[in-house]
Write a protein that binds this ligand. Sequence first.
Ligand code: 26W
Length: 797
Amino acid sequence: MELTKQQFTEDLRKSLTQNFAKTTKNANDQEIYMSLARVIKGYYSKIWLEDNEYKDKTAAKQTYYFSIEFMPGRMLKSNLLNLGLLQTVRDALADIGSDLDKISENEQDMAIGNGGLGRLASCFMDSLASTGLPGNGNGIRYKYGLFKQRIIDGYQVELPDVWLTNGNPWEVRRSDKAVEVKFGGNVWMEEIGHGRYTPHFENQETILAVPYDTAMVGYENKTVNNLCLWRAELPEGSEVIHPSLDYMQDVDTLSAVLYPDDSNYSGRLLRLKQEYFFVSAGLQRIVNHYLNLGLPLPRIPEHVAVHINDTHPALCIPEFMRILIDEHEMSWESAWQLTVKTMSYTNHTIMAEAMEKWSEEMMKSLLPRIYQIIVEIDNRFAKEYIPKVGPSLVHNTRIVKDGKVHMANLSIIGSHSTNGVAKIHSDLLKDVVLHDFYIIFPERFNNKTNGIAERRWIQIANEELSGLIDETIGKSWRKDLNDLTVLKAFQDNDEILNKFEAVKFHDKERLAKLILEKNGITVNPNAIFDVQVKRLHAYKRQLLNLLHIMKLYFDIKDGNAENMVPRVFIFGAKAAPSYQYAKAIIKAINEVANMINSDTDVEDKLKVVFLENYNVSLAEQIIPSANVGEQISLASTEASGTSNMKFMLNGALTIGTLDGANIEIKDAVGDENIFIFGMNKDDVLEYYTNGRYQSTEIYNSNPILKRILNAFVDGSIPNIENEGREIFDSMTVYNDEYFVLRDFDSYVETQKRLEDYYRDRHAWNKSCLLNIANAARFSSDRTVREYAEQIWQINPR
Ligand code: 26W
């Protein structure tokens, strides 16, 4: 939008006076942040209103992306960038003696997600708006986001994330759009004539769902979509005159916390309640809005697409059926057709322990009507498909069996599309994990490789690099990332390559400063910055990284590292609070770090840094400064990964396995510009089928590994008596579930190759440039366009 510095400064002054009775001279940074946010909200609200009117007028089809997690991070700079005001506001603030970066730090991260799945949802929100696609989010407004992580004595300690204390200036509470969600009680069917039945209810618990809307502002266009997050409240004027304390507490807990587990399915009642809560509220709002436009219900799939992000919102399927049948008297057959046409589903993990299966008993008592509908869906599925594909396939794919409701099965059967999030992952779904479904519904399966919102991950996170790209090839890449390919023309131009190297060096100096501030560790910006940031999970193999660090440490101690290129290993990772083993790894990383960083023999050859509380805004500071991104999961376990894409876009090289999107990154950049090691998925599957892996054989025959692993239990690494034992046993007694030892030698060799390559500045810089130049296909703009065309059938404005 068009705006002068003077106009903006005037608006900010007004806002400061109106909201805080302050001037630009005596306001503190928090007050400036709040006032600034309100000014910006004022600017985009006009576009928001206009786009809503446009959407209603055209009634063009829209997508609703249901996700139990979102991780937008900070909104201020993102909104400024997308409105085209970043520079104007930065300059205007500087004129009044303020610094936009410092003001921005007063914004609490909106961290209502665990990791990959939630961050992907937020990249999609940004990309939908920025590509002009009508797509909205639907989720829960948790009072507490993902826990704040502190490291105390090397241990992870979890503190509550109280992100709403100062208020959230971006959200709009819409009390007039509140709906009721009902739980429990009894339900029975009564005949209403002509062989039709209608459900009757008693003793249900009613909860009010109040939506809070946040504008998702598109990049320099006219689109503003909506992220709708639901809060649970006591129903107004409910028949309960003196609600019991229990009931009030119940209501409060419902939208209080995000489950901090992304590894193990836990069948907790509260979680099921949360799932139904945001599903039911979201669908009610959609249907109400749709009917208010005067459109006929049987045509709803022409106007509405509902996306189920992993199985957590899978109750969309029976709930949509309930609304159509019970509330709008539609026949089962018609309702089913509409449901399957409206719904689509993405799978984000093949880890068996993360698959949702709710106990029938729990489902029946919490959601009696939904349970009935699920059983009916399941019975009709069996009846229709046994004659077509035989009883054994149907048995394997049934929704209700062994006393459990299988949510992935419900999601596939009740939708028209099931996709994985990278080629290898989608292939594994078809060939292995969901093979029986693939035989029954081959046309439903497809791949949509993940992507990242380049605006946040380079334009905001790395302004200096963005400026250098502008200077080199012009600014068009900011609108269309494909234009980055023009950079290829400069791959042998040392003058340009040196400029890119200089920007990376500045980024590293900035991170070095942060590391000194936060951890009190001095790191050398000339060292290789080697980064692994992601949730802590055994399959992601942070341990493999740590074992290699120990190898380098022993090399230094043995005097075998004369010519080693100095390295700084940087970690960021939260462990699920109940995930004992992951927490042991965090403790081990921190104790190894202490040992190495305080050993004077090491000098600045090797440093290990664990940055606490990894989240979106910390990621924006870490990723630009990386030389190397670690993507070292066991092949076939990481569905896609998305930090690999962020590193690439910021000119870091990947060391990784043939897993997730690493494979497509390798195809994009070529073998010379990525460091691949270890087993591939077929090697791994082969081990699974022949069952002949013996980790102790490797332990006994590899003296280097033996020495490293022994250090975990013989006191060489201090203060990890219990954790060291647990880790040692996992590698030996418990046969190394994720083949860390099996891939160790290959990893070490490849790290060595990487180090040698780093010495050749021309070659290294060229590879970095080619990574940036080939990053376009990992833009989430590309990803959401594919969803729009191939799954949702929605069009850009
Ligand atoms: C136990 C409850 C639970 C189970 C699974 C919570 C959360 C999950 C998520 C599906 C885990 C997740 O975040 N998966 C990640 O999704 C990313 C986006 O597609 C991928 O890039 C990651 O590879 C995948 O691990």
